[in-house]
Design a protein around this ligand. Sequence first.
Ligand code: ADP
Length: 423
Amino acid sequence: MFGFKKTSQNNSKTPAGKLAASLRDEQKRFEIIVNSIDDGVILIDNQQVIQLINPGAATLCGWPESEATGININNVMKMVDSKGQDLPETENPFGQIFEQDQPLHKDNAYLKSRSNKFLSIALSLSPLLDANKQVYGAVAVFRDVTKARAEEKQRADFISTASHEMRTPVAAIEGYLALALNDKVATIDNRARGFLEKAHASTQHLGKLFQDLLTSARAEDGRLTSHPAVIEMGGFLEQLTNDLRFSAEKKGLFMEFAIGSSDTINASAPKSGGERTIKPLYYVYADSDRLREVITNLFDNAVKYTEEGKVVVGLTGNDQVVQCYVKDTGTGIPNEDVPHLFQKFYRVDNSATRTVGGTGLGLFIARKIIELYNGRIWVESELGKGSTFYINLPRLSGEKALKLQAGSDQSAASKTINSGGAA
Ligand code: ADP
């Protein structure tokens, strides 16, 4: 209840008094709230017939409340795809909600109004459940996000064009600075060398920032290129770890590659008694360049934020999941920062990040790439002791991997997000 106190101000002649009086009536109270909500609110029964529609919904759909009530929601709220085509039956949220007892959220939904106006909407649908958990109706709450989406797209387009254009001159500056620093090509004194080394490092940072901006803008609007194929993660990670080893060892850190689970059996080493062991093969379906990008980023971070100890790249899994991890003995991450770490531009504010360069885009891009392959990325960390970044990817069975490798259903399973150039 609203808890209005009976004060002298609640006299029915004052505005506050009028409100308190009308709120005493249950029906009125309900109407006041629903009618004053700017978002669209529609209540449907189990036949998908509209029982209640508020003015917000009536305006968005272009139907007067009196006409829309009693009509099937699919006639009033026409859900379409991004190209304005009718949604197939299986993807219609008003059908889906009666097949599940969980709320449904669609942030990227589209609606065609009565006058054929195309709107981007954010839709939440909540099922109404009876005592037997049967859905007897649903409440739809939706909002017009057309303007916000258009602005988002404009921003992303601007960032990708600007960073693309700026990458070229920055690469040229970096190249010339590298030439100036090369003894075989140019002669400079030590003072000039010191200046140019600083300029070179900053240009490299700038180049990385543009590249990351471009990749993140593309990741956000779904234009990240991806050419997935079957990858055997054991071999892939071992090779990658060897390529990366140098940068850890250069900083005096130990580097380890750990593979396997308790059921690991190693084929290359026959055991006594003729027992043979087999290395498990962890297959996933992803773009190896993209995965390399992610693991390299986690590895570079591990090295950047670890002063002593070791970095372990590991692989394990079960029937369904392949799990890779990158573990370090570094600074660790404060608990309050962990939930924000995979957001754009997020950097922990401490002495380590202030002295170590970075863009705060690496983990955001990593999350976007891993989500592209229906995976999950997260971190577990203890301040002062170190962090472990985990990646879970769906595991392909050996049979399925062979089939895909043979190319039989390669094209069907291919998931190229767009045909744009590599981000
Ligand atoms: P950056 O370019 O700043 O490294 P990332 O997106 O890769 O950007 O990482 C975001 C932030 O997460 C970093 O600024 C750092 O504060 C924190 N972080 C990432 N990896 C580690 C790690 N292994 N140990 C400690 N902090 C880390």
